[in-house]
Design a binder for this molecule. Structure first.
Ligand code: MG
Length: 376
């Protein structure tokens, strides 16, 4: 029985993880469940899965009998009694949990992008110290992991990340200026949370994935590229020295990489097998970087390193939530991020406190840009 500490149990990845556990109740159980905001869903999950620990980061929560409530400041407890920590919390908030899981030395199934984007250096350092194993959940990085036969340090020539291109792939710059949150939330192939769906429409998400690939596979940035693949069947490729390329294919369904992160190198039956004849054709297009500046902003911040990816991310979180609330137009997301990046110099990202300070400063700056006043 694998004991899973699931952080972010009420989000999109969290719910699909619960589906995987329901499918294999003899193989998996939850030792801990955590989520951001109080609500009935966490209580219902606790009643269903009887975890030993539960945490709700904001608001009041009384767990059912048999489950102990973890207090703020005691979050390390969540990983005291688990085999795998699945970090599915979204945003910069996920980094703290990833670092705690890394210190606990458990296998980390990582679905939170910001952990490696903002805190990659720290996370890798802590994991190396404790021996914690880092396993990607994101479909692209899971594909690369599979193509490398589950060896993150295996040699390769290049990594090619595929991108669906999001809902605005064929929009002109003029049309982009008028796109609303409802338009951005209509993703053509993947069903995900609102923040990442907008990040997919701006291609910021693909920029994040380049940084994650750099961290996970030690790839220099010039050996990582992204191509548009609207069908989302090829989840990524690895090119090798002899010109051979390996790719991983499948229908877009996050339960496959979630399950694999829990069981690899073993594979368990999952959803429907791929039928290539039914898919018909697979197409690939260059990434339209000039139309979607968030991609280059992210890769540029990744290359610069230090605290700049945290600045990028903080500005992006503020801007995307403002866009979702109808407060700013679609192109303003990239403008906010660009302005924040030029406002802050690079600093070393040598501690969580430094990253958190950079995050807070950039967030306040972006908030003021967007709303014209400081956050109250
Ligand atoms: Mg992805």
């Amino acid at each position: 029985m694998k004991r899973i500490a699931l952080i972010g149990c009420t989000g999109s990845i969290g719910r699909q993880t619960a589906d995987v556990v329901r499918r294999y109740p003899d193989l998996f159980c939850f030792s801990a469940l955590a989520c951001g905001r109080a609500g009935e869903e966490l209580a219902a999950l606790c009643r269903e899965f009887s975890p030993r620990y539960a945490l709700c980061a904001e608001g009041e929560f009384t767990p059912p009998p048999g489950t102990a409530r973890v207090e703020r400041g005691e979050e390390g407890q969540l990983f005291a009694d688990c085999d795998v920590a699945l970090i599915a919390a979204s945003g910069f908030a996920g980094l703290r949990y990833t670092l705690l899981a890394a210190r606990a030395g458990v296998r980390i199934a990582l679905a939170n992008k910001e952990s490696l984007v903002c805190g990659g250096e720290l996370v890798l350092r802590e994991a190396a110290k404790s021996g914690a194993e880092l396993v990607p959940v994101d479909s692209e990085h899971s594909a690369i992991f599979q193509c490398l036969h589950f060896h993150r340090d295996a040699p390769f020539e290049r990594l090619v990340l595929t991108a669906s291109g999001g809902p605005f792939l064929h929009c002109t710059k003029e049309e982009l200026a008028h796109m609303t949150a409802a338009d951005a939330l209509r993703h053509p192939t993947w069903k995900m949370g609102a923040k990442i769906t907008v990040d997919s429409a701006t291609l910021l998400n693909k920029g994040y994935e380049v940084i994650e690939a750099h961290r996970l596979y030690g790839a220099p940035f010039e050996r990582i590229e992204a191509v548009v693949h609207p069908e989302s069947i090829v989840h990524s490729l690895v090119l090798f020295a002899d010109g051979a390329a390996l790719a991983q294919l499948g229908y877009p369904d996050m339960r496959v990489p979630i399950q694999l992160a829990l069981t690899y190198p073993e594979r368990l039956p999952c959803e429907r097998p791929l039928n290539l004849v039914q898919v018909g054709k697979l197409t690939f297009l260059p990434l339209p970087e000039e139309k979607f500046p968030c991609y280059s902003l992210a890769v540029g911040a990744g290359r610069a390193g230090g605290t700049l990816p945290a600045v990028l991310n903080a500005a992006a979180e503020e801007a995307v939530y403002a866009f979702l609330a109808g407060r700013i137009a679609f192109p303003a997301i990239a403008h906010t991020i660009g302005d924040a990046l030029s406002a802050f110099p690079r600093e070393e990202a040598d501690s969580f406190e430094r990253l958190a300070a950079a995050d807070a400063r950039a967030r306040a700056y972006a908030h003021k840009l967007i709303y014209g006043k400081s956050a109250s």
